[in-house]
Design a binder for this molecule. Structure first.
Ligand SMILES: Nc1ncnc2c1ncn2[C@@H]1O[C@H](COP(=O)(O)OP(=O)(O)OP(=O)(O)O)[C@@H](O)[C@H]1O
Ligand SMILES: [Mg+2]
Length: 366
């Protein structure tokens, strides 16, 4: 968790109101979307903290293979989950069965089984006037059967006005992946919270205060450099804050009295932060893209500012229609953004610089 959650007051309020207002409140069914590093996981952690402070139970899961089964096991850890279902069937590879030790729960049974497990857990909690929060992170990566099982179960319980909240978070691609799925219309009704960049004034105040609290002054030109370097991107706020602090601290470890961040400290700290940003954000983002997506980005990176889509197509040696397929994909994934008038620009801070520095490597691996 960052030392200070910057610029997220309104979404936190929405969630907290949802808990306070009781079953049926919109904040109890929420989807949180945003680009990599924008703070989705941190938000789920904060929701968990708030829910626990209300004496709620919290189950947090990350979508990956076996999600529904893991959820089931966490809901009924003592009984073998299979006893809850009517007819355990033997798992047959390829038929969508979820293996559970010897027996399995088929994808047809899973929604009902989950619903029963959730229901009985809620019985216990509601007797103590407590509720249940379930959060699913990286929802864009969930298996469709898992998502159907969970959505179906939660939908019934919410309709029955049980004391629960359900929040799922993921990359903006969940919109095209799950919300267009007819079976999952329920998820479309979730309150949408799109996380974006944090205003620089908020970054300014937060950095200043956090440094002050640690006994090192960050002010003047050094503060301005640090604030500007973050571009309001939450992950970069964290990195810049940490690395600038570390450089300044090391240089003045033995100083008595007031310590301050010099412009040199700021410069070095920002450099270190940028290196870490490349490893932690740009690299993994590139790994998730197709070779042609990457070609599109490399073609864009030749410009110093927004790129003309026709110039990009020409550099790729492709027609505008062909290039536009990748333009749309990259916009959906929030890697680039539409600037209007046939222009696009990078949506992830410092991605242009990263692509230029790593262009040869990215091409080679293709
Ligand atoms: N509101 C915020 N204020 C300050 N720092 C934040 C905020 N939100 C996130 N951060 C910092 O940004 C970093 C990335 O946050 P987080 O891991 O939640 O992003 P994410 O959206 O889940 O990314 P990914 O899609 O890669 O999982 C964290 O290290 C956190 O410290
Ligand atoms: Mg995350």
């Amino acid at each position: 968790m960052p030392p200070l959650l910057i610029g997220r007051d309104s979404i936190i309020e929405d969630f907290e109101e949802g808990i306070d207002d009781g079953p049926g409140a919109p904040g109890r069914l929420m989807r949180v979307t945003g680009a990599r590093g924008v703070g989705k996981t941190v938000m789920l952690t904060e929701f968990g903290r708030i829910a626990r402070a209300h004496r709620w139970e919290v189950i947090d899961e990350t979508a990956s293979n076996g999600l529904a089964q893991r959820l089931l096991e966490r809901l009924s850890p003592t009984k073998p989950a299979v006893s809850l279902s009517l007819k355990p069937s033997v798992s047959v590879a390829g038929l969508g069965g979820v293996s559970l030790g010897e027996a399995s729960i088929s994808s047809q049974q899973m929604p009902l089984t989950l619903r029963e497990a959730l229901g009985s857990r809620l019985d216990g909690l509601e007797r103590k006037h407590a509720g249940l929060l379930i959060t699913i992170d990286e929802a864009q990566a969930a298996d469709r059967n898992d998502m159907i099982a969970i959505a179906t179960a939660v939908q019934h319980l919410i309709r029955e006005e049980r004391d629960m909240a359900f929040v799922f978070a993921g990359l903006p691609t969940i919109a095209s992946k799950w919300l267009n799925d007819d079976v999952l219309t329920f998820l479309r009704r979730a309150q949408a919270e799109q996380l974006g960049d944090v205003p620089l004034e908020d970054v300014h105040d937060a950095l200043q205060d956090t440094f002050d609290d640690s006994g090192i002054t960050l002010a003047g030109q050094a503060l301005d450099m640090a604030v500007k370097a973050t571009e309001g991107y939450p992950f970069m706020i964290q990195l810049v804050g940490y690395h600038v602090w570390r450089i300044a601290y090391r240089r003045q470890r033995d100083v008595e009295g007031i310590r301050t961040v010099s412009e040199d400290d700021a410069r070095q700290g920002i450099d270190n932060a940028l290196t870490r940003l490349g490893d932690a954000v740009h690299g993994p983002e590139m790994d998730g893209l197709s070779p042609i997506d990457k070609t599109y980005l490399l073609a864009m990176a030749q410009d110093d500012g927004p790129s003309s889509t026709s110039a990009v197509a020409k550099r790729m040696g492709k027609s505008l229609n062909y290039a536009n397929i990748y333009r749309t994909r990259l916009i959906d994934a929030q890697v680039i953004r539409d600037m209007g008038y046939g222009k696009v620009d990078f949506a992830i801070p410092y991605l242009r610089r990263y692509l230029r520095e790593h262009a040869a490597y990215i091409r080679m691996r293709r």
